[in-house]
Write a new protein. Structure first.
Length: 320
């Protein structure tokens, strides 16, 4: 039995596919990447990981194989166990297990399973049709701006080169500029004073208008309080609050009979879980969750705690 074919099918829809008594293949979303050396662009994808600690049978893989092959659950479980035993024998013989479109498994010097993922297939369905490409390098031309320098001529140098009578004439020509500067200062002061006076008058007028408006409002409030026998109903306000989307569910089980599912929800809620009925899946089973989360990290942490303390068969469901 080629288990990698069925594992590959499930990795498109689930973030955790557990092989009983062997380990779990996990997926983690990875955003678009740019390789700055080769100028290659890679689309968003699912990064594959392997965790040998998550080896408890959650029923997902075995049930999927049984549905595809039209065999019963127990015989399918035995075939899966035979395939797992063959994998373990290969690893103990220092052989590399190559799983098509998934990756390579081997033992390191410490005797632990190490995983090298394959990048031949993108399991992120939202990136379907997107492939990597290499862009040509863009040459940027930076033009240097040359600053022109204007030679400065000191007044002392000019004065020394001009005879005394011409210097006197130069001083007589500077007097009109002095008068113009003085006139500009006087005009500016007059404009500033006029603006200050105008602003003061506007502030006084605004205070008068605000006083009149306040008196009018106080009078209206008094009439509404003491003389109006039919109070005016205030309009209601409706606030639209965005509901947090929870797409990550730690599944406790799936039931053919709906009543059994409701009883399981009540039992889990009694034990302190935020359990709920997730609805009917495509196999006609009523799914029940321990809790639901909005982020993958919270769901993975809760799943590990539940597997360790409550139910080793719990598994993670991701809904779009």
């Amino acid at each position: 039995m080629r288990l990698e074919l069925y594992i590959s099918d499930l990795l498109y829809r689930y973030e955790c596919v557990t092989v009983p008594n062997f380990g779990a293949f996990l997926t983690q979303r990875k955003g678009a990447q740019v390789h700055h050396t080769t100028n290659a662009f890679y689309p968003p994808t699912k990064e594959l990981l392997f965790n040998a600690q998550l080896a408890s049978n959650d029923g997902l893989l075995v049930k999927y194989i049984a549905d595809v092959t039209k065999e019963d659950y127990e015989s399918t479980l035995q075939k899966v166990q035979l395939a797992v035993d063959a994998w373990k024998k290969q690893l103990n013989n220092s052989e590399i297990i190559s799983l098509e479109n998934i990756g390579d498994l081997s033992l390191n010097v410490e005797g632990k399973v190490q995983f090298e993922p394959s990048y031949q297939l993108n399991y992120l369905t939202s990136s379907f049709g997107l492939s990597s490409f290499v862009s040509s390098e863009i040459d940027r031309i930076v033009e240097e701006v040359k600053e022109e320098t204007i030679p400065l001529v000191l007044e002392e140098e000019v004065t020394e080169a001009i005879p005394l009578p011409i210097v006197a004439e130069t001083h007589r020509r500077r007097f009109p500029w002095a008068y113009a500067a003085a006139a500009a200062v006087i005009i500016s002061a007059g404009i500033f004073g006029f603006n200050e006076y105008s602003n003061t008058q506007q502030e006084k007028q605004q205070i008068v208008e605000e006083t009149k408006a306040k008196k009018s409002i106080d009078k209206y409030i008094q009439q509404a309080t003491f003389f109006n026998t039919n109070p005016v109903e205030l309009p209601s306000i409706t606030l639209q609050v965005a509901k947090e989307i929870q797409n990550y569910h730690v599944v406790a089980g799936a039931f053919r009979i709906e009543q059994n599912a409701h009883e399981k929800v009540a039992e889990l809620q009694t034990n302190g879980f935020d359990a709920e009925l997730l609805g009917v899946n495509k196999y006609g089973l009523h799914q029940v969750s321990y809790a639901s989360f909005s982020t993958r990290s919270e769901a993975i942490a809760a799943l590990a705690k539940i597997k360790r303390n409550t139910a080793p068969e719990a598994w993670l469901l991701v809904t779009e």
